[in-house]
Design a protein around this ligand. Structure first.
Ligand code: ADP
Ligand code: MG
Length: 361
């Protein structure tokens, strides 16, 4: 296992990049701590695979260095990095049995037979294929083949890091949860450095201790699920994480007050904000009222999603979402919304800013 350092890293697929837009991966400095489980989360095309392939050595970055435990491996071939990588689509040897496929990376490294048998048996059970070990891979479903690919990644106990690139895409939904649980258990048992790429927030938040959120070639936040929820560092994180995501309101910030349209909003703390200023409020922190202070709002629709209800509102022509608990009464006369100050984040040019001073409530 290793600590992985990205030093001044950036990548452009174009041979002569002219501007930042030509970079699939914008400049990045980051340490992946030894033994930590990370999820790398972002929408399709934001640069996740590019980053993973640079770490594994499939791609040489156009700028910067990759270090494993402080050793420069930037141009080292994949085979010398001692990592396991699992891709979105299966990579298996069709003519081999499931057992031979799982044993392959171990045989390659000259491990003794009894140890191979033990590990293959164990991983065969983890991927739910213990009764199919002697079947040829050819003829198996894509789903089963992908489980073999996962197993081949999981079978080696001595790797520097385990990299997963959207590995559950072709897996049956029922099996996804089971396999994710197995991967988590593998991490608990062996403490590998793991990076798990996904575009699915539920997958990311349930798998990892730390989530790295990417947007448009940039890492916009690294944090625990709770930090991403409570203090989204970038408006994209607010919008991408949570269901529904954070509501954003254009606002003029004046100390501890914001003006949204004609309405004054108490921020609970003073801010010095410049540029394009907005306040972000998650649906959980919106209160619905009849009369009184607050932003004029009209209820459009109420969706019952079991644990709570999602209320879709119209606020000055914009769609806003609020969450109401099962036992909260929602009046059809609702015509105002207010915000719980503890749930307000202030953004300047899309980046969250810290309050300059707290205001006593
Ligand atoms: P993700 O894995 O998050 O979906 P990728 O890392 O695959 O994103 O892609 C990031 C960006 O780089 C995208 O705009 C994609 O079109 C571009 N890209 C990816 N691979 C190549 C390539 N081999 N050549 C040129 N552009 C590429
Ligand atoms: Mg990808």
């Amino acid at each position: 296992m290793a600590k992985i350092t990205l030093d001044n890293l950036a990548h452009s697929y174009s041979p002569n990049p002219k501007s930042e837009d030509d970079f699939a991966l914008k400049e990045l400095n980051h340490d992946w701590a030894d033994g930590e489980a990370y999820a790398l989360l972002g929408a399709s095309g934001c640069g996740k695979s590019t980053l993973l392939n640079i770490i594994s050595g499939l791609l040489i970055p156009s700028q910067g260095r990759v270090l494993f435990d402080d050793k420069d491996v930037t141009t080292a071939p994949t085979a010398d990095r001692n990592i396991a990588q699992v891709f979105q689509f299966p990579v298996v040897y069709d003519t081999m049995t499931v057992r031979e496929n799982l044993a392959f990376p171990l045989k390659n490294r000259g491990m003794d037979k009894a140890e191979i048998t033990r590990l293959v048996q164990k991983v065969g059970a983890m991927i739910g294929m213990e009764t199919e070990l002697d079947r040829k891979a050819r003829g198996l479903t894509a789903d089963a083949k992908q489980k073999i690919s996962l197993g081949r990644g999981m079978v080696r106990e001595d790797v520097n890091a385990l990299l997963f690139d959207e590995p559950l895409t072709v897996i049956d939904p029922h099996m996804k949860w089971e396999l994710r649980t197995q991967l988590k258990k593998l991490h608990q048992d062996f403490g590998h450095t793991m990076i798990y790429v996904t575009h699915d927030q539920t997958e990311a938040l349930t798998f990892a201790d730390k989530v790295v959120v990417m947007h448009d070639g940039r890492v916009v936040q690294i944090g625990t699920p709770q930090e991403l929820f409570e203090r989204p560092a970038h408006t994209f994180v607010g919008y991408f994480i949570g269901s529904p995501g954070m509501n954003l309101f254009d606002a003029q910030i004046d100390g501890a007050k914001a003006r949204v349209g004609q309405t004054h909003v108490d921020l609970g703390a003073a801010y010095a904000a410049h540029g394009k200023t907005q306040i972000g409020v998650r649906p959980e922190f919106i209160r619905m009222n009849v009369g009184g202070d607050g932003l004029p709002a009209t209820i459009r629709r109420i969706e019952d999603v079991g644990r709570h209800r999602i209320v879709r509102l119209d606020v000055d022509g914009r769609a806003i979402s609020a969450i109401a608990n099962e036992d909260d009464a929602i009046s059809s006369d609702t015509d105002r919304i207010t915000f719980d100050p503890a749930g307000i984040n202030v953004y300047a040019d899309d980046w969250r800013i810290e309050p300059s001073e707290r205001v006593a409530q």
